[in-house]
Design a binder for this molecule. Structure first.
Ligand code: HEM
Length: 566
């Protein structure tokens, strides 16, 4: 009976304490949060898991009916009613809370150390914008490609914003652009072993994996040995003579025309001369088909690499396939001795006795030579005509010198000797090439982590030596915007003139290209005076090389009473 009374008294006390606790808790909850929903939460909605309740307590988050901490229900309530008792708080929740706090603190410390380390690394990588995953600045790059400012405008604006060295991301690939003669010397002049040639994948796909322009190290050495052996004096000489013949034929027609588009005619005659030299194709019908296909491939070189029918890139690949088929047939009939010609194709098939090239290597490189040689040379010719129109005193001086030369020496047909006969004209050619900088930058891939221009470069990044910025650097060329051929009276500073590249990758067609430009110049200046009728300097859209949008339209008048042709 006594024990019953005691137990009843204890029971009543426990109930009173529980009621007191509950009413205090409700008041607290209501006063802190003012949130009736939480304060009046029925017992059934209490957290069902101890861990969730603790986490909710520590993070001051309410819990969901399922017992999970809900990050969505933002509130600052300390749910005291969740504490089962004071002892459980000390034995379970306090240690857990301390552990969690300690864990979070460590995590925070670790994160901040990581951030500090990455900031330190950030200091030494080139400045620039690469934060958007994969896309990076691809859209800006494509926008520049497909504008009349030309693809280099993308580089120019960043060069102005960040300085000599900056980084960007195009189609998931980090590109670094740097303009410095010292970097040009080490990376391309001395062919640093830390770097290898790399063109964007779409270009490599269009030209072929064996193309000299894209091939790396050993493969490059092999192909280059075979190709450069063909650029012998006699081969260049006969190609230049063919070119002279074509120039004279073309100029004959000009006097009858109201207006002439220099670029169109230059593209046609350089193409025909190069095709004669490479594959002996002279038939106008065949040349026309080949010219159209080559121009499809060239146009696809900067296109978005989408292999869907109808896209520019797809059309380029289809044109490449047709060209390869034609070359395969030619190789077949040469191997069967059904045909024989003294040309580059024959030279590559015969080889030099060791490590002969495969048919695929030959075909990729015939296409490469056509593309690398045609647009570059024709475009340089159009720019040269424009610069001479803008600088009449230079044009008159050149004309006087060349009329004098023509009166003293029979110059028909003109061959590779022009390179030695025309010292002032060669300075005009060089100055035109500096200002036009047809190949604006030279891409090389980093084979390992290294340092360039005081910045950290990571393996697989592409470092582009920015030739155009060097050609327009006032510290390298005085008054760089001025067309001044006499600046080449003296040799330029080492590694500052990069129109044909430098080092082991220097243009194999350099002498041929210079000779073709000289021949064109001599014939034009001794036959006609010209006037550019549209001074617009904007560029064609979507081209690899800077080409005048209007193609440099001119009207001509004969130098003498009537044009004289040899
Ligand atoms: C004015 C006209 C030309 C200019 C401005 C020019 C410019 C260049 C430049 C700058 C390079 C070096 C690219 C680099 O290092 O990444 C190069 C390479 C090359 N050029 Fe030219 N070029 C011209 C004409 C020609 C001609 C006429 C041909 C042949 C028919 C030709 C065939 C090549 C080839 C095959 C390469 C690759 C060389 C290699 O990687 O070993 N180029 N050209």
């Amino acid at each position: 009976m006594k024990s019953n009374t005691i137990s009843e008294i204890l029971k009543k006390r426990r109930n009173i304490i529980r009621r007191l606790l509950t009413s205090r808790q409700l008041k607290q909850s209501a006063s802190i949060a003012g949130a009736t929903s939480v304060a009046t939460r029925p017992a059934s909605t209490a957290p069902t898991s101890f861990g969730a309740a603790c986490a909710a307590h520590v993070l001051k988050m309410p819990t969901t009916p399922s017992g999970r901490a809900s990050p969505h229900m933002a509130t600052f309530v300390v749910p005291l009613h969740l504490l089962p008792s004071l002892s459980s708080f000390f034995f379970f929740q306090l240690p857990f809370t301390c552990f969690l706090a300690f864990f979070l603190l460590r995590l925070l410390l670790k994160q901040s150390r990581k951030a500090a380390a990455s900031t330190a690394a950030e200091v030494t990588i080139p400045p620039g914008n690469t934060w958007l995953p994969f896309v990076g600045e691809t859209l800006d790059f494509l926008a520049a490609c497909y504008s009349n400012r030309g693809v280099y405008d993308f580089v120019r604006t960043r060069h102005l914003r960040y300085g000599e060295c900056f980084r960007t991301k195009i189609l998931g690939q980090i590109h670094v652009f740097v303009s410095s003669t010292e970097v040009a010397r080490t990376i391309i002049g001395f062919e640093s072993p830390d770097f290898s040639k790399r063109y964007i994948r779409s270009i490599a796909e269009l030209l072929g994996e064996h193309s000299l322009l894209c091939a790396a190290s050993e493969q490059h050495k092999l192909v280059r040995r075979h190709i450069s052996s063909l650029f012998k004096l006699e081969a260049v000489d006969s190609a230049v003579k063919k070119f002279d013949e074509l120039v004279l034929d073309t100029l004959r027609g000009w006097e009858l025309k109201d207006s002439v588009i220099v670029l169109s005619d230059a593209l046609k005659i350089t193409f025909n001369a190069i095709c004669k030299m490479l594959i002996s194709t002279e038939e106008e019908y065949e040349l026309e088909i080949l010219r159209n296909d080559v121009s499809e491939v060239t146009e696809a070189m900067l296109a978005f690499p989408l292999k869907l029918p109808g896209t520019r890139f797809y059309r380029g690949l289809e044109a490449r396939r047709r060209i390869m088929n034609r070359l395969r047939k030619m190789i077949h009939s040469r191997k069967k001795r059904l045909e024989y010609h003294e040309d580059f194709l024959q030279g590559l098939l015969v080889g030099d006795g060791k490590d002969p090239l495969t048919d695929e290597q030959i075909m990729d490189n015939i296409l490469t030579l056509i593309i690398a040689g045609q647009v570059t040379t024709a475009s340089s010719i159009a720019w040269m005509v424009k610069y001479l129109d803008e600088n009449q005193e230079v044009q008159e001086k050149l004309r006087a010198l060349h009329l004098d030369l023509a009166s003293k020496k029979s110059l028909s047909p003109l061959g590779s000797e022009v390179l030695n006969l025309m010292p002032y004209a060669i300075k005009i050619v060089k100055e035109s090439l500096r200002m036009a900088t047809i190949v604006s930058w030279f891409p090389r891939v980093a084979l390992k982590d290294c340092e360039v221009y005081g910045y950290k470069i990571q393996r697989s990044w592409i470092v582009n030596v920015n030739a155009r910025a060097t050609h327009y650097d006032p510290m390298v060329y005085e008054e760089p915007m001025k067309f001044n051929p006499s600046r080449f009276d003296d040799d330029p500073k080492p590694y500052s003139f990069m129109a044909f590249g430098i080092g082991g990758r220097t243009c194999v067609g350099m002498h041929l290209a210079k000779a073709m430009m000289l021949v064109f110049l001599h014939r034009l200046v001794t036959t006609y005076r010209w006037k550019v009728t549209d001074k617009d300097s904007s560029l064609q859209k979507g081209t690899m090389f800077p080409m005048l949008r209007n193609g440099c339209p001119i009207t001509v008048t004969a130098v003498g009473v009537e044009p004289k042709f040899p």
